[in-house]
Design a protein around this ligand. Structure first.
Ligand SMILES: Nc1ncnc2c1ncn2[C@@H]1O[C@H](COP(=O)(O)OP(=O)(O)OP(=O)(O)O)[C@@H](O)[C@H]1O
Length: 258
């Protein structure tokens, strides 16, 4: 895991007079799950959208798999998968028809059922997006990022609003995607998620990277400063109670068409 697939050097983004991204640099290695963490407004989505070629940068240099963002954005578009908001999907089409539409747009042949199997949605093939639960919608939107067989997938807060079962199910999906050799960049506000999924994380605050390493390394560094949690942790937390009582099975009753 030592080939750099993304390099970001001195990225700056101004919105008018406001400097949202203040000269950040990082590398992402091929095959890793890389997390961008940070409070609201830190500049994570701005950074992702610039790399995804969806937003202009003010300055800085970005290379994606050997392609320069300034001169070869179309080459970059071909090798990345970007998660779209499910609200943007054509409401009249079912999942099979949407996959068909996207594969036509990308000029790719895909086996729609194999794709739906990957995200555990085969039985919803004929459903429309509005008939899916929140977790199913997220899984479907991740499936659509895979249609062009991307080398890198970008996931912006993929588990926000999901229940604990659906979050854990999505974590396994992200791990599966990586297992197939795809590099994953993810933003999240959930530290347990970052700890579970990410090989490395960059913590962004007010447009700057304030730390970057593996979650383990960052925790060890903090502990080495003498930091201790203020109170003894119990052996379980409320999420453990919740999962213990309600199990790991997905709760996904189909929402009837209105
Ligand atoms: N189009 C825009 N015009 C002006 N300011 C913007 C625009 N987009 C984002 N910003 C500002 O830039 C800063 C960074 O926003 P960004 O969405 O990148 O943060 P984020 O880290 O993704 O936050 P969140 O966790 O809330 O999604 C914020 O202060 C935001 O208000």
């Amino acid at each position: 895991m030592d080939k750099k697939i993304i390099t970001v050097q001195n990225l700056v983004k101004h919105y008018g007079n406001f400097e949202a991204v203040k000269g950040i640099s990082f590398d992402v290695y091929e095959g890793e799950i890389f997390g961008l963490l940070g409070p609201n407004g830190a500049g994570k989505s701005t950074t992702l959208e610039i790399i995804e070629t969806l937003r202009d940068k003010t300055s800085g240099k970005i290379m994606v798999d050997g392609f320069d963002l300034d001169t070869q954005p179309n080459e970059i578009k071909k090798i990345i998968g970007v998660q779209l908001q499910t609200s943007g999907f054509y409401p009249g089409l079912n999942l099979l028809e949407l996959i068909d539409l996207f594969s036509g747009l990308y000029n790719q042949k895909v086996d729609p059922y194999a794709l739906l199997d990957l995200v555990n949605l085969r039985d919803k093939a004929k459903s429309k997006v509005k008939q899916l639960s929140g977790g199913q919608k997220q899984r479907f939107s991740i499936a659509t990022t895979l249609i062009n067989k991307p080398r890198i997938v970008f996931l912006d807060e993929p588990t926000t609003g999901l229940d604990p079962q659906a979050r854990r199910n999505l974590w396994e999906l992200v791990r599966n995607i990586r297992k197939q050799g795809t590099t994953v960049i993810i933003t999240t506000h959930y530290m347990d998620e970052a700890e579970y999924l990410c090989d490395r994380v960059a913590i962004v605050d007010s447009g700057r990277i304030v730390a970057m390493a593996s979650p383990d390394q960052l925790i060890d560094e903090l502990v080495a400063t003498g930091f201790e949690r203020p109170k003894e942790m119990k052996k379980a937390n409320l999420e453990d109670v919740f999962i213990h009582l309600t199990g790991n099975t997905l709760r996904e009753t189909q929402i009837p068409e209105s």
